[in-house]
Design a protein around this ligand. Sequence first.
Ligand code: ADP
Ligand code: TYD
Length: 215
Amino acid sequence: MTEPDRSRRGFFVSLEGIDGSGKSTQARLLAERLRATGRAVVLTREPGGSPGAEEIRRLLLTGGADRWSPETEALLFTAARRDHWERTIAPALGRGAVVVSDRFADSTRVYQSVARGAPAELVDALHALVIGQEPDLTLVIDTEPAAALARGIARGTDEDRFETMGLPFQERLRTGFLALARRWPDRVRVVDGTRAPQEVADTVAGLVLAALEGR
Ligand code: ADP
Ligand code: TYD
C-alpha cells in the first residue's frame, strides 16, 4: 500500500460485534473515559469516519438486501476504509491520539465473507493490498443475536440493510466474530455485552488501559 505517513505513535482500538450489540454505546463510553485520563481521543466509525466514506456508507446501508453482491460490498467497504484510513485514522495515529473506531476490517471479514459468502481469499487479498493495517486491540462485544436484533430494529433508521437479513444471518455473524478471537488471540478479545452498559464499559476500559500501559 502506498502510505505517505505510516507512523503509528498513537493507539488504535476497534469495537466489533453484531448489529445492535452495543458497540456504539461502548465506543462513546470508552472515548469519554479515555478523555477523562487526559488522552487525546478520536472517536470514529465504519463505514464512514471521513466525508467520502460517509457518502459510500449511504450506498451500502440503504436499499434492498440484494442491492449489492457480497463481492461488490467488499470492494465498497474497502474503498470507504481506505479513505477513512488516509484522512482520519493515519493522521490521528501520527499525532499520537488514541483512535476508537466503531468497526474496522474485521467487519468485512465477518459480514461479507463468513456470513454473505464472499471468498475469504478475496477479502484477505484486498485488505492486504489496500489497507495492510490492523488495530492494536479489537474488542468484540458479544450478545445474544435475538436481543441485539430487536434493539437494532427498534432504533428505526433507514440504515437497516443488514438488519433485514434476519436472525440466522446474525447468528452466523456471531460465530464469525468469535472465530476472530481464535485466529488473532493477541489482538482480539471477547467482552460479555449482555450486562448493563456501565458494567460492559468497565471491562472495556480495563482492557484498553492495560494495553496502553503495557506498551
Ligand atoms: P450497535 O452500535 O452495536 O448497533 P448501540 O450501541 O447503538 O449498538 O445499541 C443498540 C441499542 O441497544 C441502543 O438503543 C442502546 O441504547 C441499547 N443498548 C446498548 N447497550 C446496551 C446494554 N448493555 N444493555 C441494554 N441495551 C443496550
Ligand atoms: P453500524 O452502523 O455499526 O450498524 P449497527 O449499529 O447496526 O451495528 O454498521 C453498519 C452496517 O454495515 C452493519 O450492519 C455492519 C455492516 N458492515 C459490513 O457489512 N461490512 C463492513 O466492513 C462494515 C464496516 C460494516
